[in-house]
Design a binder for this molecule. Structure first.
Ligand code: UDP
Ligand code: MG
Length: 318
């Protein structure tokens, strides 16, 4: 943080932004106010903002550069292309790991209550390393989003992935936690699951999640499903063992079917049976394809990990 040469401890608020021109000015105003209050309440702290432009195609980067030129506590990181929310966030956290004592990550769209950041800082000051922002309810989410998200959390937990219920990526991490996170080499980044495996002292703060202040969700259904699948397959190998059980079950069913067919044959009623034959062919075929698909997903993950490509590429910084 070259622009500020005080000896105070830095807190950086990391904001990933993808085509957020409609909301960014308001976000900046509110977060600047939060920074001011952090510094006012904790004289030993200084607060900074880091906007990570995830390859936006609108005026997002122009706005970020404008904030940075007007305000020495604002910084920007421009990624060379759209790397996705998780990687953009990682880029910001990596920057923060080098420049700050603590980082708070928050979405640009003001759905999360910015005032909660002050509570997070308070907890961190009292010795907690990771503070999760947890939403109380989802009154503003659509019926579909609310229920699909809940189903996802449940499924992930059942499959052995540990996530904090109703926590997205609104959280504070201390320098120690950030440094530990940075040692994770995996490219399939599912931050809320990864952070959970760090350990350290944790705490949660509750808040009400509002509606997006402006603009549209950058997570359409397609991206949401991909994210959910990614979360599960990055954190759990249970689907692989599940395949074995499904396979065994099918073998048992097949044995029963063979016995049934033999008995029917002995009784001389063999002509009908075309239906059951067809059904079982389809059934086994389907089960095999599903299993192969699941294995394919994991093989794909191994492939992308083996390549060890960079998570993001920085274009410019301000
Ligand atoms: N985002 C990003 N890259 C992407 C998609 C989203 O950096 O490819 C950012 C976006 O600007 C926002 C945050 O990730 O700050 C969460 O996105 P959004 O609010 O659209 O998701 P939702 O709340 O609808 O799930
Ligand atoms: Mg949002």
């Amino acid at each position: 943080m070259e622009k500020d040469s005080t000896a105070r401890q830095n807190v950086v608020i990391v904001v990933p932004c993808y085509n957020e021109e409609a909301v960014l000015r308001e976000t900046h105003t509110r977060l600047t106010e939060v920074c001011r209050r952090i510094e006012q309440e904790h004289l030993c702290l200084s607060a900074h903002l880091l906007y990570v432009d995830d390859g936006s195609r609108d005026a997002t980067w122009q706005m970020i550069s404008e904030f940075a030129s007007q305000d020495k506590a604002s910084h920007g990181l421009r990624l060379s292309h759209n790397c996705g929310h998780q990687h953009a966030l990682w880029a910001g956290l990596e920057w923060a790991a080098h420049h700050a004592e603590a980082a708070v990550s928050i979405d640009a769209d003001l759905q999360d209550d910015v005032d909660v950041i002050l509570q997070m800082v308070q907890r961190w000051q009292s010795g907690v390393d990771i503070v999760y922002g947890v939403r109380r309810d989802r009154p503003t989410d659509t019926f579909f989003k609310k229920h699909s998200a809940q189903m996802f959390y449940r499924l992930l937990r059942k499959l052995g992935g540990d996530v904090v219920y109703n926590h997205a990526d609104f959280r504070l991490m201390s320098r120690r936690a950030l440094a530990a996170l940075m040692t994770y080499p995996e490219r399939n980044t599912f931050l809320r699951g990864m952070v959970r495996t760090l350990g350290f002292a944790e705490d949660t703060v509750l808040y009400d999640r509002g509606e997006r202040f402006a603009g549209e969700s950058k997570y359409p259904l397609r991206k949401m499903l991909a994210f959910a699948l990614d979360g599960i397959t990055s954190f759990s190998v249970r689907p692989l063992s599940l395949i074995v059980w499904i396979g065994l079950l099918i073998i048992l069913l097949a044995i029963a079917a063979v016995i049934y067919a033999l008995v029917q044959h002995a009784l001389g009623n063999t002509l009908p049976g075309w239906t059951s034959l067809l059904i079982s062919i389809w059934f086994v075929g389907g089960a095999m394809l599903t299993s192969l698909g699941v294995i394919g997903i994991y093989v794909g993950k191994i492939y992308s990990e083996v390549k060890q490509r960079p998570r993001y590429i920085v274009w410019e910084e301000c």
